[in-house]
Design a protein around this ligand. Structure first.
Ligand code: FES
Length: 81
């Protein structure tokens, strides 16, 4: 079993519309999207699945402290890491 990896800054991407699964374990080789590593590594975590309505720039939370997951709400700025 692998421990989740957390980042200190969001990953900013140009996202396309559609159903998306954002990694919550930090072990995906396709960050910020889930690649199934959470299951292979036995983390007990699951991705956050959302429907993205419009294409555009998205900041995807990596610290896991956002109140608006999977999106960054700036919470990482208050972390002492
Ligand atoms: S690979 Fe991290 S949540 Fe799926």
């Amino acid at each position: 079993m692998s421990e989740p990896k957390r980042g200190t800054k969001p990953i900013v991407i140009e996202e396309t519309p559609g159903k998306k699964a954002y990694c919550q374990c930090g072990l995906s080789d396709n960050m910020p999207h889930c690649d199934g590593a959470h299951s292979r590594e036995g983390t007990g975590l699951s991705p956050v699945v959302v429907e993205v309505a419009e294409a555009g720039k998205k900041a995807v939370c990596q610290c896991d402290h956002s109140a608006d997951l999977p999106w960054c709400d700036g919470s990482h700025k208050g972390l002492n890491v």
